[in-house]
Design a protein. Structure first.
Length: 532
């Protein structure tokens, strides 16, 4: 055992992990940075950041993620979305990983997920890389020092990037594997240096455990009014829709930027840090996040930098467009000290509609909210991927399909029930295109989006006059102060109304085709929304 505080009765040897070299428990940020530099895992950047690269894996490997199939979870896991692993294959993988780890030095953090103490999950993370240990120390929440004296992890993660899995021997797809055994309360990660696998494995676990307790796990950001945690808003959205940007409102308190729970007590952040994309990050548009890129201990992942000055290049995506920075939540000046808010008063579902059909904001009924939550719509645009020549719809159920171990309808019904019970107002906000599809129209003005969100959050939008959208049936405001009224009626922004009608019919059809998979699992109210 090396430096760091730990209950001696809860060392790795007590978990059957033996024969390792040095084991470092609960090292602080300076110590972890020192170890990472000593082991040549990265470089010290401006302000004391840590500059690292993740090799061939610059993002998650969803096709390499598995759940061990057991009699206890046979009926509860959404197997169409979660690749099963045989228990014997998991046991072989576990044994082979432990044998591979012998003689090596490892880093342990005893942490927890869930800012609400009533729903806290203690997670021990064992990392081969010191910088991974720093990353997860930022991303999860840290117990008080005195709590480490009797800390006992409920779940354990072992992350060993140097171990290469064998598909034939271990029942996986490639040399990379991320797998969860629910009864052994163990997650194994191998063959990838991408740090995000550490945090998302915890999120996936919470997405399985919490619904049984009546808690809604959410892939969303959240904030609340200054001095009024009861006035909480949550923001669902897939990549590129503005989830982080729009929730980082300096006039409101940031609860968190990515993962939250909604219990009978209110909203709470799962995490203790942020993992923000940095491509094209600008000091003018997002000064708080930009500033963290030169703060001590921030992990700068896969960013190109000047080899002499170490100045970061926020536009060079030659390593990956998924360049990121990871930092503790308190680096954001308006971050909540408790990471807890009230029941959401407003729920924002963000979409980037490259078809130019959806209005900039619409009010949803509870049934419509469940419909759009299950749909999880946004769109890829021409030029984002090879072969994409026109807008392509992307439907990621619950705004986070890769992290959903249960059937989507479980989360949809839970969300709808909480909306109805607590009287939340749900809004669909389009940050995509207006005046035509991508290539013809223009991006929705950010000032208009912010004005509409402000009106929704301060309650004034509720007093506006609304019309019923003929395509989707939701309510759209006719006039909002500070917003050009033409923007509120997408058809009027097109030069050719007939072309808009055709595009709208096309998008409605895409929604309908995608939603067919849920029709047998939903109630009549949501089915009525789906079939118009």
């Amino acid at each position: 055992m090396e430096s760091g505080r730990v209950n001696p009765n809860q060392t790795l040897k007590n978990q059957g992990i033996k024969g390792l070299g040095k084991v470092y428990y609960n090292l602080s940020e300076p110590a972890l940075i020192e170890m990472a530099l000593k082991r040549d895992e990265g470089r010290l950047g401006q302000g004391g950041t840590l500059l690292v690269e993740t090799g061939k894996h610059t993002g998650r490997s969803p096709k390499d993620k598995f759940t061990v199939r057991l009699p206890s979870n046979e009926e509860s896991v959404w197997w169409e979305n979660n690749a099963p692993m045989d228990p014997a294959a998991f046991d072989q993988l576990h044994a082979d990983m432990l044998e591979h780890m012998k003689g090596g030095d490892y880093f342990v953090q005893d942490l927890y997920a869930g800012a609400d103490a009533a729903h806290r999950l203690d997670v021990r993370v064992i990392n081969e890389l010191a910088w991974h240990n720093l990353f997860i120390r930022h991303m999860l929440r840290r117990p008080e020092l005195r709590e480490l004296d009797d800390y006992a992890p409920e779940y354990t993660i072992i992350n060993c990037p140097s171990f290469q899995a064998d598909p034939k021997r271990h029942g996986c797809r490639s040399e990379t594997v991320i797998t969860l055994h629910m009864e052994k309360k163990l997650i194994l990660i191998a063959g990838s240096e991408y740090a995000g696998e550490n945090k998302k494995s915890v999120f996936g676990l919470l997405n399985y455990l919490l619904p049984e307790r009546g808690i809604m796990p959410m892939h969303c950001s959240a904030n609340h009014a200054v001095g009024n945690p009861i006035d909480t808003a949550i923001f669902f959205g897939l990549s590129g829709t503005g989830k982080t940007t729009l929730s980082a409102d300096p006039k409101r308190v940031l609860i968190g930027d990515d993962e939250h729970g909604w219990s009978d007590r209110g909203t709470f952040n799962f995490e203790g840090g942020c993992y923000a994309k940095t491509i094209n990050l600008s000091e003018e548009a997002e000064p708080e996040i930009y500033a963290t890129c030169s703060m001590f201990g921030t992990v700068i992942e896969n960013m190109v930098y000047d080899p002499e000055t170490l100045e970061l290049d926020f536009e060079d995506d030659s390593l990956t467009a998924n360049m990121r920075c990871a930092y503790p939540m308190h680096y954001i000046s308006n971050a909540s000290s408790t990471a807890i808010g009230g029941h959401p008063k407003n729920i924002i579902m963000l979409t980037c509609d490259a078809f130019g059909v959806l209005p900039p904001i619409a009010r949803l009924s509870p049934a419509q909210a469940e419909y759009h939550f299950l749909s999880g719509f946004t769109s890829k645009v021409a030029g984002t991927e090879r072969g994409v020549t026109e807008p392509q719809p992307t439907f990621s159920t619950c705004f986070g399909a890769p992290f959903m171990p249960r059937r989507p309808e479980v989360y949809g019904a839970l969300l709808r029930g909480k909306i109805a019970k607590h009287g939340a107002t749900c809004w669909l906000v389009n940050t995509g295109w207006t005046g035509g599809a991508f290539g013809t129209g223009s991006r929705m003005p950010i000032k208009a989006t912010r004005a509409l969100l402000s009106a929704a959050l301060d309650g004034s939008l509720a007093d506006a006059k609304f019309r019923k959208d003929p395509s989707f049936g939701f309510e759209v405001p006719i006039e909002v102060p500070g917003v050009a009224s033409i923007l509120l009626d997408p058809r009027r922004t097109w030069d050719d109304g007939a072309a808009y009608d055709a595009q709208a019919a096309k998008l409605v059809g895409m929604f309908a085709n995608n939603f067919e998979q849920y029709l047998a699992h939903i109630d009549e109210d949501v089915r009525a929304v789906a079939i118009g």
